[in-house]
Design a protein around this ligand. Structure first.
Ligand SMILES: CCCCCCC/C=C/C(=O)SCCNC(=O)CCNC(=O)[C@H](O)C(C)(C)COP(=O)(O)OP(=O)(O)OC[C@H]1O[C@@H](n2cnc3c(N)ncnc32)[C@H](O)[C@@H]1OP(=O)(O)O
Ligand SMILES: NC(=O)C1=CN([C@@H]2O[C@H](COP(=O)(O)OP(=O)(O)OC[C@H]3O[C@@H](n4cnc5c(N)ncnc54)[C@H](OP(=O)(O)O)[C@@H]3O)[C@@H](O)[C@H]2O)C=CC1
Length: 290
């Protein structure tokens, strides 16, 4: 899609680069000539991404990292700087959630999704900005979020988390403009990745497609093109924006609730344990049966 030297010599860190959208972004950045540092918790998918990039003549390295661990984040950023001297673009792609009716989400479940999507993104952003981009005089940070924006029934934890990330992006785009740092959020609609296919109740994925006016899933290649465009000089004047790539999903809105199969699957699981029966009772009546 782009000229092979578009990003020549640029150092791009991509979290969650072993799978799905992160992998596609890493591949396209590398096709544009960037040196890609792919991060994630699992070595195997990262190694596969690196091998694919190298097979195509590109350059990439994999670094294992849990973005929720502050010390590990600092170590990885230090390592990238020791090896490559700078970081031009950070793609905060690692993230996720589980689909669950709000009344079933436990405090720890909510905290888990907030920690991954908000804290993880913040730790990466802060470390890369303070160690690399402020000293070097600039850089770009792209934060992956979610469409639709006006509420995402079934994903209240992630909907809240991604709204926080979008506001963080806007706030920092003002605070850090004086350092030449440009931050944007990329709100993804529905992309046909393995995670979407395997981590959600059957039916939920198909239900999601009925809410996309364009009538199809986004392709991971389309995602990689957006990331690469923004990382390139063509994207230099973008900052503080939320770019939504979703086939008009956002315009369609939150739609009706629940999506096909979600409530049934949860209730079937819930009747398996007395504790859950108690939880349901408590939620619906306010009476704790313990
Ligand atoms: C309703 C429409 C849905 C359409 C979705 C379309 C839009 C979005 C698309 C995408 O984002 S695509 C996919 C991106 N990838 C993912 O979403 C990854 C899939 N999820 C995960 O990997 C994990 O769920 C997680 C979010 C990373 C959490 O895993 P982790 O191992 O950190 O959690 P645990 O330690 O196991 O549990 C902590 C806490 O959370 C509760 N919990 C975890 N998973 C579930 C679940 N599936 N259902 C209910 N609760 C869950 C767990 O019970 C723990 O809480 P407590 O039990 O201790 O209270
Ligand atoms: N596919 C879609 O339709 C949509 C996706 N999104 C978002 O886009 C992003 C990518 O999604 P997608 O590719 O579909 O899903 P994946 O689940 O395939 O991607 C998530 C990636 O993040 C990594 N990751 C998860 N937790 C951590 C962690 N604590 N530290 C470091 N890396 C971590 C995972 O690797 P590992 O497990 O090895 O750490 C994985 O490679 C996510 O933020 C997702 O929520 C948003 C809207 C729609």
């Amino acid at each position: 899609m782009f000229a092979p030297d578009l990003l020549k010599g640029s150092i791009c860190v991509v979290t969650g680069a072993g799978t799905g959208l992160g992998r596609a972004a890493a591949l396209e950045l590398a096709r544009g000539g960037a040196i890609v540092v792919g991060c994630g918790r699992r070595e195997e998918p990262l190694a596969e991404t690196v091998a694919s990039i190298e097979d195509g003549g590109g350059t990439a390295v994999a670094l294992e990292l849990d973005i929720r661990e502050s010390d590990a984040v600092n170590e990885v950023v230090d390592r990238v700087l020791a090896d490559h001297g700078r970081i031009d673009t950070l793609v905060n792609n690692a993230g996720g959630q589980f689909a669950l009716p709000a009344e079933y989400i436990t405090p720890n479940g909510f905290r888990t999704v907030l920690e991954l999507n908000v804290l993880g993104t913040w730790l990466m952003t802060h470390a890369v900005a303070t160690k690399a981009m402020i000293p070097q005089g600039g850089g770009k940070i792209l934060n992956v979020t979610l469409s639709p924006h006006d509420g995402f029934p079934g994903l209240v934890h992630s909907s809240a988390a991604r709204a926080a990330v979008e506001n963080m992006t806007k706030t920092l785009s003002v605070e850090w403009a004086r350092f030449g740092i440009r931050l944007n959020a990329l709100a993804a609609g529905h992309f046909d990745t393995d995670a979407l296919a395997t981590r959600y109740v059957p039916g939920v994925k198909e239900d999601a497609l009925t809410r996309v006016p364009a009538g199809r899933w986004g392709t991971v290649e389309e995602w990689g093109w957006l990331v690469t465009y923004l990382a390139s000089p063509a994207g230099d004047y973008f900052s503080g924006s939320v770019l939504t790539l979703d086939g008009a999903r956002d315009v369609f809105g939150a739609g009706s609730y629940p999506p096909a199969g979600l409530l049934e699957a949860v209730e079937e699981a819930a009747i398996a344990t007395r504790q859950h029966r108690n939880d349901i009772r408590f939620v619906t009546t306010g009476v704790d049966r313990k």
